[in-house]
Design a protein. Structure first.
Lengths: 478, 636
């Protein structure tokens, strides 16, 4: 139960933070996320699964409650650790950014409160036990991230922020309509009370979340937003926010899987095409952050694929979310490290041999890409369960589905290829005679903490309790 | 449960002991105290060696497990059996000796932290692969091998020293420059390996889905193969074997191995003897050991084993021929490794018809090859240090200054070539016996291929010896002093040939006596004499100018680099361009076309609201007329 009260800590801390100086505010906010992180971890170890009622509304809204189970704990602890680490990272980075924009350190007050609320809203989202509550946090996270891009982004930031706002609002509205239709059918929106989701409602929610995830087609907003957002925001946006669409779909699937069951093949093919398409797009990007954004699109394809693959696929979805979050947050922070060290350097063509000058960032990037490729990090399990799922669902008719299976395998190959291709282009090769910058510890240590976590997560006891817990919620096993 | 902590130390200690130097190099690179930390890393390797010897001599054969994810029946399961106990000790011993050698070889390197961290991870990963019975545990080691080899091959990432390149800079064949930098070498390795690992990963997941089990020894192989039928068996095993094929550089995945020579020589030595490339064949042997295909009657298995047999032999032939044409010291040895691996694959695959004996032959060949190849590489590294030249050079005068290296090369080459009565001869005799057995089954080709490969193999070994110590050009640069630690390491390494010879001839090992019997058969003796003849001829005539055109064809590795560096990337780039064009199209549609369409619409609507009466009159009149037209058309 204590976890529920700890969820309040980040909100209180963010409201308090503007009254402190930047350094203290950073520590306060980051530590305030580490507290629920520990609580979620403990809760994961206890396999706790319970509801904590907040308020009762008349139908069709139903009960608001906090939903604690291993799946929300898995998402929750990921959100917490990354928000905490990116929080530390923001401190030197945003101060630098404010200087660049000609703003004073005072600006940090505004920044830290929006940042805190943004991160906390995502944390609350995964513990929401009512779809309306969930939608509210979805919108809060959208508005706060919009503000951060609008105020502190790069390039034509106002245009990009608006674009981001429009796209995600389309996603939000479609989802809301879907939720409301569900409410009409079930006369409640409490997750435990919903028994069935109609096809139209499912379709609306699915399309809405597809825009947010994003799938092929709507993906086009994401490279803009991720590239032009200030890097700490990119480091939350890509690892955490977009993947939460996967969380929503997962929750809907657990309530009623009819839609996915009916259109499984179409969704599967779409997801695979989307993933391969984005994977290829990575190779030609010249902007490091944009490159990472395309890789996000490709990785989100995994989540959609996992959704189609039965219980093992769903386990894959949870692990894939965590692994992508760990990896991508590290990578965006390395991009930020390069930006901060070399006056906004983002053009991959001008990089090369950077390992010579910023070895600590380069090594962190290696860990980040290992996460994306599922090499010796928790992503290995994600890939494994997705592959296991594909055998369960499509294995019985091997010959006719062989192309599909090979395409899926190729996605994993491709993600490894673009990872190491990029690494080589940016960090290895002949050094370009740049200066060796002094890197603030805030700019590299958080990356290693996430990296180490992602590696120790493949060993017992962490992986043991994680998988056992997820299995208890989703089912599956031998 | 005393064994499990022992295994944990075996795998973890090398990695942990290399962390200090890795961390020191991130934050304080190049300081004096940091240059002493590699001793700690080598100590870690030494501890692994002790444990692996303890396993060899004191552990009971069997399986040791520790819970991991019990709910999914995935556990750490380690196996101690005939294959793993020898292979583990071999790996740890070779890694330790190369580690000692590396203390001197890499002393002044600019990136020790990276080097030692990945070197030790490499060793630990291989040990994990060797002792794992659980396929998922094995995969962790497998991926560790991949990432560590990438790190080590691309170790000299600055790409600024010609000594670390492969190929000749400036030489172009068509659009392709036949020269590869270390960072390219690393990328080629990891991209090839990734291409094989993922299908293998899928196959493992499929085995898991079909049987709910991941322990090699307890998977009901026969039942599974029967359940999935012929096509299923072939598809599953083919996907599985993509992993071993790419790791062990069989055709057409051999290119990465050649450019893996961009790494430091110590890396090449380790990569080519007991880790990485050996992992592929070792895994194939381990699977075969427990599937026991000779006991089963599964048609799908026959197809697969036939494929492996011929793929192995053809790769062996390719590797040996290419080695004959190459003049780069390390690349020559790399091609020869590929050839040996082909023989190992072929011989293990022959077990389908011959039985377990063929597997034993392949395994013993792996051991002999590992020690010999490691010695040759370590010598090659010393030669490169001494002459500052990647290409073969050296004459008798030079050999007198490098007596130890010279002697070691002689011993290693004759031991490996299969010249009676040295070590590999007895193993090769066993292999001749295996292939002859196939002749009895109606397959003539394998035996002849084996003989041809053996002849070429001994020829290029002689060429290596001759061009480096006897008849090569005089080196442009000589720096022959020092190198005590290096000499010690390769002398110890090559002396293992004598130990092995003693084991074989004195019947210390149950299977070895069988090789001795085979060695006295007429066929084996004939092949042995032919091999000796080929060795001697090439020793005295290492280069034949008349064949230089063929030589160039072989030096260019039969133009296989084109597949890797030109054809496949070109296909990729075409796809990438299409994707990029689509992205631009979608971007334009959503972010330019739709907004500007709305803008135009808005402008149009606003343009009529100007307040002039005549505009409104026109609209009203126009609409009425339009309605009338529509109504009349609808016939009302």
């Amino acid at each position: 139960m204590i976890l529920v009260y700890f969820l309040l800590v980040p909100i209180l801390a963010s409201l308090l933070a503007p009254f402190l100086n930047p350094k203290r505010a950073t520590h306060l906010v980051s530590i305030s996320f580490l507290i629920p992180f520990m609580a979620a971890l403990v809760s994961l170890f206890q396999f706790s699964s319970y509801d904590f009622p907040i308020m009762n509304f008349s139908p069709p809204i139903g009960e608001f409650y906090i939903l604690v189970d291993p799946v929300s704990n898995a998402f929750g602890l990921t959100v917490c650790i990354i928000s905490a680490m990116v929080g530390y990272y923001s401190f030197p980075y945003m101060i630098h950014r404010f200087e660049e924009m000609g703003l004073g350190e005072e600006e940090y007050r505004k920044y830290i409160i929006i940042y805190g609320v943004y991160a906390a809203s995502m944390l609350w989202l995964v513990y929401s036990g009512n779809l309306i509550l969930l939608y509210i946090f979805l919108e809060i996270s959208l508005i706060t991230s919009f503000l951060l891009i609008y105020m502190y982004g790069y390039g034509n930031r106002r245009w990009v922020a608006l674009l981001y706002f429009v796209w995600t609002n389309v996603a939000g509205v479609l989802t809301l309509v879907g939720f409301l239709l569900t409410a009409m059918d079930n006369s409640t929106l409490a997750i435990k009370g919903i028994s069935a989701v109609g096809m139209t409602a499912w379709l609306l929610i699915f399309v809405g979340m597809l825009v947010k995830l994003p799938g092929l087609g709507p993906h086009i907003w994401l490279p803009w937003a991720h590239a032009e957002a200030p890097t700490p925001v990119s480091a939350l946006l890509s690892p955490l926010t977009v993947g939460l669409a996967g969380y929503v779909l997962l929750r809907m699937y657990l309530i009623d899987s009819s839609f996915i069951d009916t259109y499984r093949d179409i969704i599967m093919v779409y997801a695979i095409v989307s993933s391969i398409y984005a994977g290829f797009a990575v190779f030609r990007q010249t902007d490091y952050k944009r490159l990472l954004a395309y890789s996000t699109v490709s990785q989100m394809g995994y989540i959609l694929i996992g959704l189609c693959l039965g219980t093992f696929g769903l386990i894959g979805v949870v692990i894939q979310y965590m692994s992508h979050a760990f990896g991508k947050s590290i990578l965006f922070m390395t991009a930020g490290g390069i930006i901060a060290s070399y006056h906004g350097l983002r053009d991959v063509r001008k990089m090369g041999g950077l390992h010579e000058y910023i070895p600590s960032i380069s090594n962190a990037a290696l860990i980040g890409f290992m996460n994306l490729g599922g090499i010796l990090a928790i992503g290995m399990f994600g890939e494994f369960f997705i592959l296991r799922g594909v055998v369960d669902i499509y294995g019985s008719n091997l010959m006719s589905y062989l192309p599909l299976i090979l395409a899926l395998v190729f996605i994993f190959v491709l993600s490894g290829w673009y990872s190491f291709y990029t690494l080589r282009k940016i960090f290895y090769g002949t050094p370009r005679g740049m200066e060796k910058p002094r890197i603030s510890r805030y700019l590299d240590l958080p990356l290693y903490i996430i990296g180490i976590l992602s590696i120790i997560f493949i060993f017992p006891p962490l992986i043991t309790v994680l998988l056992k817990g997820i299995k208890a919620v989703i089912g599956g096993g031998i | 449960m005393n064994e499990i902590p022992m295994f944990a130390v075996l795998f973890l200690f090398p990695v942990i002991s290399s962390l200090p130097v890795a961390l020191a190099w991130i934050y304080r690179p190049g300081e004096d105290w940091a240059r002493k930390l590699p001793y700690l890393s080598v100590f870690g390797l030494f501890v692994s060696l002790l444990i692996s010897l303890n396993i060899l001599f004191n552990f009971e054969e069997g399986f040791y497990s520790y819970p991991w994810i019990e709910d999914f029946n995935i556990n750490f399961v380690f196996v101690v059996d005939y294959l793993s106990k020898y292979m583990g000790a071999l790996t740890a011993f070779i890694a330790f000796l190369i580690g000692v050698y590396g203390l001197e070889y890499m002393r002044d390197d600019y990136r020790l932290g990276w080097y030692w961290f990945f070197f030790n991870t490499f060793t630990a990963s291989m040990l994990l692969v060797v002792y794992s019975d659980n396929l998922f545990t094995l995969l962790i080691g497998w991926e560790g091998l991949g990432i560590a080899s990438w790190g080590l091959i691309g170790h000299w990432f600055r790409d600024d020293d010609d000594i670390a390149f492969v190929g000749t800079q400036g030489r172009k064949v068509g659009p392709l420059e036949m020269s590869w930098s270390p960072s390219t070498g690393g990328w080629r390795a990891i991209s090839t390996i990734r291409f094989g690992d993922m299908p293998m990963f899928f196959a493992i997941a499929a085995i898991y889905a079909l049987t709910g089990n991941l322990d090699i020894h307890s998977i009901p192989w026969e039942g599974m193969f029967e359940e999935i039928g012929y096509v299923g068996t072939v598809a599953l095993l083919l996907l599985f074997l993509m992993g071993p094929f790419t790791k062990s550089a069989q055709l057409p995945f051999s290119e990465w191995l050649m450019t893996a020579m961009t790494g430091p020589t110590t890396v090449s030595a380790l990569l080519h003897s007991a880790t990485m490339v050996a992992a592929g064949t070792y895994l194939f042997m381990r699977l075969t050991w427990y599937i026991e295909p000779w006991e089963l009657n599964i048609p799908g298995l026959e197809t697969i084993y036939l494929l492996v047999l011929f793929l192995g032999l053809i790769s062996a032939l390719y590797g040996a021929s290419v080695a004959l044409g190459l003049r780069e010291r390390k690349v020559l040895l790399a091609a020869s490794t590929m050839s040996s691996l082909g023989l190992m694959f072929a011989s293990s695959a022959a077990s389908f018809w011959v039985g377990e004996a063929a597997l034993i032959v392949a395994f013993w060949y792996l051991i002999v090859h590992a020690f010999a190849k490691a010695s040759l590489f370590l010598v090659a590294g010393h030669l490169i240090h001494a002459t500052h030249d990647r290409f073969c050079s050296g004459n008798l005068a030079f050999a007198r200054k490098m007596k130890v290296a010279f002697a070691v090369t002689i011993l290693a080459t004759i031991s490996l070539a299969g010249i009676p009565p040295f070590t590999a001869y007895w193993i090769k005799s066993g292999m001749d016996g295996v292939m002859e057995h196939l002749v009895a089954d109606g397959m003539l080709l394998p035996f002849y291929l084996l003989v041809i490969v053996s002849l070429i193999y001994s020829a290029f070994l002689a060429k290596f010896l001759s061009l480096n110590f006897l008849k090569g050009e005089a080196p442009h640069h000589e720096h022959t002093e020092g190198g005590q630690l290096m000499k010690l390491a390769y002398t110890l390494m090559v002396s293992m040939q004598i130990v092995l010879l003693a084991i074989i001839l004195l019947h210390y090992e149950e299977h070895a006596s069988h090789f001795v019997e085979e060695g006295f058969l007429t066929t084996s003796l004939t092949v042995g004499i032919l091999v000796t003849a080929s060795y001697l001829i090439v020793l005295f005539k290492p280069a034949v100018p008349a064949f230089s055109r063929i030589g160039v064809f072989l030096t260019d590795r039969m133009y296989l680099p084109f597949l890797n560096d030109y054809i496949l990337p070109q296909i990729g780039w075409v796809v990438i361009r299409v994707v990029d064009a689509c992205n631009r199209g979608v971007d334009f549609f959503f972010h330019t076309a739709i907004p500007s369409a709305f803008e135009a619409l808005s402008r149009a609507i606003r343009s009529i609201q100007k307040g002039y009466l005549r505009v409104y009159m026109k609209i009203v009149a126009g609409s009425i007329m339009l309605f009338l037209v529509i109504f009349s058309l609808m016939g009302w």
